[in-house]
Design a protein around this ligand. Structure first.
Ligand code: PHE
Length: 429
């Protein structure tokens, strides 16, 4: 293929795009709950440790593959290890995001629906499946694919550059309001009271799995986005920026959500229950005192969830689109239509059955993701030429030569062993 490849325009653009993929439902509906249930501040410490010691080097491994080849996730493996078993990693990297986006967009759809419901503050009972779900899922998926159709710069970069700063502003506003509600201290206490007795091996496995999911690792996304990163860009710096942004957002989301939940006197939950049952109740309670405030907070919150989910879903879609454009020579707009159609069809089963939804989520985000991460670290640590890896990480010796040793050790030994442990614990727990 000889089509001219686009690049992200600046480091800020790279970080916004990567952070856009990272920041999503994981930060909003899983992280705050995990913190509270698994040891408060103690869990936050473990999470930060996992993010920097494992997720960060794994992120860099994918970034090295993407930037070195300037190619889609499948093409990257084809270039670096032609006709070998490693093409399995190429296939996996393209298939996993298709599966994830098929159910992720359903949640995006629920969020659009709840955004509209915010105006009446009449949320009714949460109905996760059915025809309404199908309609909103279609809208969400079409909007996401539409943004991707505009291209890397005019679509993905532009959308993330507006959305990510906006998301931070909105979550801080919601947090300030939430922290000032009566009884908010109990929510704060829930989040930070350290309980080291909760730190078991299982907690560690959860923290790591959550960190991988949150950083969008193991599914070709970082490979694909990094293929649009300029040769001169410092990968370590943009990677660190992304990890920090995602961490910060998770913590802000926790302090935005939990104080409000406790203030309404209810017990927090996780997942769809938290966002589409618990919080609507909290918002309607706010509405009893002041309908305007209740509506404003609810609408801003669900708007944020829609945007956060969309910045993630466009990254999932881009993986398949880049593959179709570069490997199959299909025009970008048509590629977007194909990915939209495949995701929509795959999603039908989850649209009509919440059991299928749960199974697809668990299988892709535990099993496929972990397999992808494992293959990537083995590839970069053991199969790729060491000097190529060094040269990519250090921009040909120009930057961070000191960190290379640490990075390489983590990728060769620490990451595979830990990921294997997680894999086994996912199977048995
Ligand atoms: N990182 C996103 C989140 O935390 C989810 C996601 C997973 C996005 C996989 C892309 C790929 O919600």
């Amino acid at each position: 293929m000889t089509t001219e490849r686009e690049n992200f325009g600046s480091r800020a653009a790279v970080i916004m795009a990567m952070a856009g993929s990272a920041i999503g439902l994981g930060n909003i509906w899983r992280f705050p709950y995990m913190v509270g249930e698994y040891g408060g501040a103690a869990f936050i410490l473990v999470f930060i440790l996992c993010s920097f010691v494992l997720s960060f080097p794994i992120f860099l491994s994918e970034a090295i593959v993407g930037r070195k080849t300037h190619s889609n996730a499948f093409g990257a493996m084809r270039q670096l290890a032609p006709k070998s078993v490693w093409t399995a990693l190429g296939y996996l990297s393209v298939i996993t995001p298709m599966i994830i986006v098929s159910y992720y967009s359903i949640v995006g759809g629920w969020s659009i629906e709840y955004f509209f419901k915010s105006f009446s503050l009449n949320f009714g009972e949460f109905r996760p499946t059915g025809w309404t779900t199908l309609v909103f899922n279609t809208i969400f998926l079409a909007l996401s694919a539409g943004i991707v159709a505009f291209g890397v710069k005019a679509g993905i970069e532009k959308f993330n550059k507006i959305s990510i700063p906006l998301l931070f502003v909105l979550i801080v506003l919601i947090m300030i309001y939430s922290l000032n509600m009566p009884g908010a201290e109990k929510g704060v206490e829930y989040l930070i009271k350290p309980d080291f007795s909760k730190l078991t091996g299982r907690t560690f496995a959860f923290a790591l799995g959550q960190s991988f999911y949150s950083m969008s690792l193991g599914m070709g996304i970082v490979i694909t986005y990094s293929s649009y990163v300029h040769k001169e860009e410092n990968l370590v710096a943009s990677g660190a920026g992304t990890v920090l942004a995602a961490l910060l957002f998770s913590i802000l989301a926790g302090f935005a959500i939990m104080p409000a939940v406790f203030s309404a006197g209810i017990v927090p939950s996780s997942g769809p229950g938290l966002v589409y049952q618990t919080l609507p109740y909290v918002f309607s309670r706010m509405g009893e005192t002041s309908p305007i405030i209740g509506t404003a907070v609810a609408a801003l919150f669900f708007f944020s969830v829609v945007v956060a989910a969309m910045t993630s879903s466009i990254s999932l879609i881009e993986v398949g689109v880049a593959y179709l454009v570069e490997e199959k020579g299909i025009k970008r707009s048509l590629a977007c239509l194909i990915v939209f159609a495949v995701a929509w069809l795959l999603g039908l089963a989850s649209v009509f059955s919440i059991e299928v939804f749960g199974k697809v989520d668990a299988f892709s985000s535990n099993f496929m993701l972990t397999a992808g991460v494992m293959l990537v670290v083995l590839f970069v640590g053991w199969r790729m030429d060491k000097e190529d890896v060094r040269s990519e990480l250090t921009n040909h010796g120009k930057v961070n030569n000191k960190v290379f040793g640490v990075f390489y050790f983590l990728v060769r030994f620490v990451a595979p062993i830990t990921v294997l442990a997680i894999f086994i614990s996912n199977l048995v727990l």
